[in-house]
Design a protein around this ligand. Structure first.
Ligand code: NAD
Ligand code: UGA
Length: 443
């Protein structure tokens, strides 16, 4: 089967590569020439473990190619996935301009029956909007052509995207069309015969499943973070609490790691978007709104904790802080809405100088924090970040930090504060306390 993927970001690119691995002929299309140029040379515009190998293999066997040409993509595809961004607007609602632009571009080039699949995370009702947009363009063209619309939300996690696409927990397919449903079964045949669960439903339900899932996970994180704050006050240990809670199968141990708050390109934007959908339909999303508020509070609490302990009455002038981890989670170069950004902003505002290091996130952080360029320097590793530092703050739990030589870090430092916002060293807390003034989250 011939597949077109519009948008080669974290979702479109990984999905396109994995579909080619499943034996489909895939064309990945993007409007950014630079990205396509790199991909044509076999270079990845993003960091995603395992992706390079699959890309090389499938390009070599001729099942995967890249283009900026929408006409070529549409004319040579039976199924077209829209995987463009849906960033938040000022009011929190999802900006659908890229999705609707893609739908228009596709319609302008349609030459026969196609299945149009929305992969992007979109508010309920977007499937209908995509259909109307396509009908509008076809009418204008005076071209009568059958097509179907499908909602097929994506659940991959960055850093584990390849693994998640090769082995998803479920595939959700929302459509009214029997024909499109059968075609989608064929697209995912490799997963179907592997007995990965499939959910066939209507478009609206599929669209809501995505927001409901992301918002639930965000609520779970805010919940454990709030418990962590209380633990610090009452002398309890959030990690033991999470472990014991997780033993209840109804709760599950996953997503109960307390930390500096959730970040990334999805939880912050999708929680706001579902609150906005609720507003539009007159239903207040109170639990999700509380989770968003708790997340903002959590990030501020981390800043307060550092300032309270090393500052001089709230002033960090003359203090140097080493920040370890800029990406919103390990194994990605994505810094969108990363807690590191708020924490650095807060510390700089209080007067601190920052020495920041991240295995993959520096380039994007430099761009996102360019207004602070005289206060933040970017260094080559965790040891350089600790040179002359009064405090080290672990913001993202890259494995490399779990393995670092803490004695060497201590020797490099000017003072001995260690803020472990991901609780990666809590097992060693007793030994650490001999060398560092050690602070973690929820203990
Ligand atoms: P991204 O910003 O990394 O990539 C989007 C790509 O679409 C960009 O390369 C952009 O140039 C391209 N694009 C925009 N308009 C286009 C057009 N008209 N034609 C061709 N290309 C166009 O975004 P992403 O992180 O891959 O997310 C895409 C969607 O998937 C979003 O709705 C997001 O919520 C959802 N999602 C993301 C993840 C994730 O982990 N990043 C996981 C699940 C779902
Ligand atoms: C998340 C979902 O897990 C995916 O299923 C979904 O497809 C994706 O959003 C999306 O729609 O884009 P992702 O944002 O890549 O994936 O990363 P997660 O592993 O979910 O982490 C999100 C944030 O929550 C990170 O900042 C992470 O540090 C934080 N987190 C996660 C915690 O603080 N504690 C936890 O226990 C788990």
């Amino acid at each position: 089967m011939n597949i077109g993927v519009i948008g080669t970001g974290y979702v479109g690119l990984v999905h396109g590569v994995v579909l080619s691995e499943f034996g489909m002929n895939v064309i990945c299309m993007d409007v950014i020439e630079e990205k396509i140029k790199m991909l044509k040379k076999g270079e990845l515009p993003i960091y995603e473990p395992g992706l390079q190998k699959l890309l090389d293999k499938n390009v070599q066997v001729g099942r995967l190619r890249f283009t900026t040409d929408i006409k070529e993509t549409v004319e040579n595809s039976d199924v077209i996935f829209i995987a463009v961004g849906t960033p938040p607007k000022e009011d929190g609602s999802a900006d659908l301009q890229y999705v609707l632009q893609a739908a228009e571009d596709i319609a302008r080039n349609m030459n026969g029956y196609k299945v149009m699949v929305t992969k992007s995370t979109v508010p309920v009702g977007t499937g209908k909007l995509v259909k109307q947009t396509i009908c509008g363009v076809l009418n204008k063209r005076g071209f009568d052509c059958e097509f179907d619309v499908v909602s097929n939300p994506e659940f991959l996690r960055e850093g584990k995207a390849v693994e998640d696409c090769l082995n998803p927990d479920r595939i959700v397919i929302g459509t009214e069309s029997e024909k499109a449903r059968e075609i989608m079964k064929n697209v995912y045949n490799t997963l179907y015969i592997k007995r990965i669960p499939f959910v066939f439903t209507n478009i609206e339900t599929a669209e809501m499943i995505k927001y409901a899932s992301n918002a639930f996970l965000a609520v779970k994180i805010s919940y454990i973070n709030e418990i962590a704050l209380l633990c610090e006050k009452v002398g309890a240990d959030v990690q033991e609490i999470a472990r014991a809670m997780g033993m209840d199968e109804r709760i599950s141990p996953k997503f109960l790691n307390a930390g500096p708050g959730f970040g990334g390109s999805c939880f912050p934007k999708d929680t706001k978007a579902i609150v906005d959908i609720g507003k539009k339909y007159g239903e207040e999303m109170m639990v999700i709104e509380a989770a968003i508020k708790a997340n903002e509070k959590q990030k501020q609490k981390m800043i307060d904790k550092i300032i309270k302990n090393i500052g001089n009455n709230g002033d960090l002038t003359g203090k140097t802080i080493g920040i370890l981890g800029l990406s919103f989670k390990p194994e990605t170069d994505d810094v969108r809405e990363a807690p590191s950004l708020d924490i650095i902003e807060g510390l700089v505002k209080a007067g601190a100088k920052i020495q920041a290091y991240c295995p993959k996130g520096i380039k994007e952080a430099q761009w996102r924090l360019k207004h602070l360029c005289d206060k933040v320097i970017y260094v080559n590793d965790e040891y350089e970040a600790s040179k002359g530092a009064d405090a080290i703050v672990i913001v993202t739990e890259w494995n490399q930090f779990k393995e670092m030589d803490l004695e060497r870090v201590k020797e490099n430092m000017n003072d001995n504060y260690l803020f472990d916002l991901r609780n990666i060293f809590t097992q060693k807390a007793n030994t650490l306390n001999q060398h560092f003034r050690y602070y973690c989250v929820g203990r």
